[in-house]
Design a protein around this ligand. Structure first.
Ligand code: NDP
Length: 485
């Protein structure tokens, strides 16, 4: 397989690459240099229609196969992805700018895990038998039909598979629209699924901006929409889906708390804060960007956090020694720079970073603010960049109230050696996904998703099956039928 960043064509529809140059040009910009490395075209209405028609036509036969047959194809795709992990990781790095050191372990491998996991589950999807004393009922787990997936730009391979794998396992077809910023990786997921034996039409990729996403969401052929994106987009997409009573999964943004108590292991807590703020240059929805640090550990924590952050290796993302890459785009870099300026204006103390790095492309230095207060913009709004805010606290009750004082509720974490306290804290956090003495791992076996403004539904784990299938209930009369007259 070629690792050329230029795709064979813009779209993948009905089992093959498809081009339509009438669609608006979307430039592919390599974030590490700012250079244009290729282009794709946005889907025209004809391409959107072709993808939805193909999906609609292919889905019934796919749903009629046994789960074991469907699962075998998904697991074969997982094997192919693992064999080609390096090539796919290079592509992910072209798409996002994330260092190869990261993409080699976090992107295609995560997609393979999802395909393997849901491939394994596919044969076990059943209903239940409900005895009713003579009569009885049973439930049938049915596919929804055509599902639409819409992705953000931070994990393009992973998102394409986290949505595609459970959808296909349950017998659905998918039309996936990647973010216009990262159009490459989902095409490879589609190509590999078909190479593994997926019948044509079941996993389609169409490029485009929000308007293409909106056209997909509004089409009456679509039964379900799964979005990974920002909270404002989530509200728009949720409303459009609700107008036709469609199923939704909404994986949206966060402003998650990471709480570090005096008794925590300093090195582990610093590692958690680094993983929860600087991995993928901070472009991770579940990041613990409000780092609440108890007063007794503050100085030691800040000292080690600064030292270790300043040891990050910025540079060519294709060099495996690089562990901190550029922002995904010029636009995202400028948004984050705006937040850094706000932090300084509003009185936070800049501990390190705060400026562009002296490199080509869209590099920002990993940035730490201390003395951040709850009302500051950097403590209230999702930044989606490498900006870590340290907020001081004294007591457990105080920190829980402050941690929950946000409209968002994606994630949260706590570092402490007191395990009873750790469980008390996560029990009180208004968050969908929590970590104790860790931050951010999201293996496919565990549910992932948010509460409050961070979304509805869950991805991954057995629970995702609920979100890509529905139950039909059948009552079976075995006895004479009694009627009142
Ligand atoms: P956006 O919300 O801007 O976009 C998400 C996707 O939705 C893109 O593909 C976008 O298209 C598309 N879109 C935009 N408007 C519409 C519309 N009206 N109808 C249908 N589709 C539409 O998010 P970003 O791409 O900027 O990603 C960053 C955000 O994603 C952050 O807020 C982050 O927190 C969140 N995120 C959440 C995750 C989670 O699991 N909870 C994981 C990763 C990110 P286009 O941009 O191409 O125009």
């Amino acid at each position: 397989m070629s690792i050329e960043p230029r795709p064979t064509a813009s779209h993948f529809v009905n089992g093959a690459y498809l081009e339509d140059t009438d669609g608006a040009v979307i430039d592919l910009i390599y974030p590490a240099t700012g250079e244009k490395i290729g282009q794709v075209h946005a889907a025209t209405p004809a391409v959107v229609d072709a993808a939805l028609s193909a999906a609609k036509a292919a889905q019934p036969a796919w749903a009629a196969m046994t789960g074991t047959e469907r699962g075998r194809i998904l697991r074969r795709a997982a094997d192919i992805i693992r064999e080609r992990n390096r090539e796919l990781s290079v592509l992910e790095t072209y798409d996002t700018g994330k260092p190869l050191q990261e993409t080699l372990v976090a992107d295609a491998t995560s997609a393979a895990d999802a395909l393997e996991y849901f491939g394994g589950l596919a044969g076990s999807l059943t209903g239940e038998h409900i005895p009713l004393g003579g009569d009885w009922a049973y439930t049938v787990r049915e596919a929804l039909g055509v599902c639409v997936g819409i992705g953000a730009w931070n994990y393009p391979t992973q998102i394409a598979a986290w949505k595609g794998a459970p959808a296909l396992a349950c017998g659905n077809a998918m039309v996936f629209k990647p973010s216009e910023t990262t159009p490459l990786c989902a095409l490879k997921v589609a190509e590999i699924l078909h190479e593994a034996g997926l019948p044509a039409g079941l996993y389609n990729v169409v490029q485009g901006m929000g308007a293409v996403g909106a056209a997909l969401v509004e089409d009456p052929r679509v039964a379900k929409v799964s979005l990974t994106g920002s909270a404002p987009t989530g509200k728009r997409v949720y409303a459009a889906a609700a107008a036709q009573m469609k199923h939704v999964t909404m994986e949206l943004g966060g402003k998650s708390p990471l709480i570090i108590f005096d008794d925590a292991d300093v090195e582990d807590a610093v590692s958690g804060a680094i993983l929860g703020n600087f991995y993928s240059s901070g472009q991770v929805c579940s990041n613990g960007t409000r780092v609440f640090v108890q007063n007794g550990i503050r100085e030691a924590f800040l000292k080690r956090l600064k030292e270790r952050t300043e040891a990050a290796t910025l540079g060519d993302p294709m060099d495996e020694a690089t562990n901190f890459g550029p922002m995904v785009s010029d636009a995202q870099m400028k948004i984050v720079e705006g937040y850094i300026a706000k932090g300084q204006e509003e009185g936070a103390t800049l501990v390190t970073g705060g400026a562009r790095a002296d490199l080509p492309g869209y590099f920002l230095q990993p940035t730490i603010f201390a003395d951040v207060t709850d009302d500051m913009t950097i403590a209230r709004e999702e930044i989606f960049g490498p900006v870590l805010s340290v907020l001081d606290f004294e007591t457990e009750d105080e920190v829980i109230a402050r941690a929950n004082d946000t409209d968002l509720g994606l994630a949260g974490g706590v570092f402490t050696r007191d395990l009873a306290r750790a469980h008390r804290i996560v029990g009180a956090l208004e968050a969908g996904t929590c970590w104790i003495n860790q931050y951010n791992p999201a293996p496919v076996e565990m549910p992932f998703g948010g509460v409050k403004g961070s979304g509805v539904g869950r991805e991954n784990s057995k629970i995702a099956i609920e979100h890509y299938s529905q139950l039909k209930t059948v009552y079976v009369g075995m006895l004479p039928v009694e009627a009142p007259f």
